[in-house]
Design a protein around this ligand. Structure first.
Ligand SMILES: [Zn+2]
Length: 314
């Protein structure tokens, strides 16, 4: 900090526009918004609601697709429409392993066979439980040679296999007792941090993706019970929050998902600049005006209900 200050002062003395030099030096990590885009690959939940795809997001850096978040049904079609190159994608993050967040994964693997991809694809997701796979189990159960649904794709995870590239999967240990923020990926200018979230009996995680000084966070499916997400999303340029229920939801739905008022409080507490509401279901879709009103009473930033393929700069 002291060195930085000396640099600022010396630059200020030399420069005809000291204010500009000051801005450049004191905020070296400010968001370089034009370098980063967040694109919607799917904005709906599991229902047959309309023509939109189930959950999926794509983060671009310097005009290259770098990170996929979730791979719900139909999101691969949107990936193709986005004109992204599969070869450029370094990382696939899964919030949890419900079908509406992960069913297109084997199709990505199969489609990827016909690309020129040679570099390893990292896959990261939470650990498992009784009725849901861990990330490692999910990939093994999808394409493993012995136990996979599609054993013919097993070379992609077999170190001795002849595939042109490999898929490398790791679990994020989920625990409601350890809510500290963990960095789970750091490569080529992209950092990913995570905390456990509460989604009923299904281990689920939120993500904070940092790149080019910008921050994009994702709640995944969650209720607010563990209360760790506002901390993870602190000062995000964009927070993608799953709006699966209306305010008056009760029972199982309210145990699995967060209410609009929780979303509003979270966005305010985290001081996010823009809030995107996705993972719409029939019940929340019908309540959009009411939801928007509730959230805007609590949170003063921009609130958007995006559609598939929409692109946002942080
Ligand atoms: Zn879910």
């Amino acid at each position: 900090m002291r060195n930085q200050l000396i640099l600022i002062l010396s630059l200020s003395a030399l420069n005809a526009t000291p204010a500009l030099a000051l801005t450049n030096q004191v905020a070296p990590t400010s968001c370089q918004s034009q370098r980063v885009q967040l694109q919607m690959l799917g904005t709906r939940g599991p229902e047959f609601l309309d023509e939109s795809a189930s959950t999926g997001y794509l983060i671009w850096l310097d005009n290259k697709a770098r990170v996929i978040v979730d791979a719900g049904p139909g999101s691969l079609q949107r990936f193709k429409q986005s004109k992204a190159n599969y070869e450029d994608v370094e990382l696939m993050l899964f919030s949890h392993f419900h079908a509406d967040h992960s069913a297109d994964f084997p199709a990505y693997v199969k489609g990827g066979f016909f690309t020129g991809r040679t570099k390893t694809l990292d896959v990261i997701g939470p650990s498992g439980a009784e009725f849901v796979s861990s990330a490692e189990q999910f990939v093994e159960r999808a394409v493993g040679k012995k136990t996979g649904m599609y054993p013919y794709l097993g070379d992609f995870i077999d170190p001795d296999g002849s595939s042109a590239y490999k898929i490398q999967t790791s679990n994020i240990p989920w625990s409601s007792k350890n809510l500290s923020i963990k960095e789970v990926f750091h490569k080529n200018g992209v950092s990913v941090k995570t905390v456990p979230t509460y989604h009923g009996p299904f281990p689920s995680v939120g993500y904070r993706v940092e790149l080019a000084g910008c921050v994009i966070s994702f709640t995944g499916d969650m209720s607010g019970r563990l209360a760790a997400m506002p901390n993870l999303a602190k000062d995000s340029d964009i927070l993608v929050a799953h709006n699966a229920i209306p305010e008056n939801a009760t029972g199982i739905a309210a145990n699995l998902h967060m209410t609009p008022s929780y979303i509003g409080k979270m966005a305010k507490e985290a001081n996010v600049k823009k809030l995107l509401l996705t993972h719409m279901m029939k019940r929340s879709f019908a309540a959009k005006p009411e939801t928007q009103k509730i959230i805007e009473e609590l949170y003063k930033g921009e609130v958007v209900f995006p559609n598939d393929l929409d692109v946002f700069n942080p």
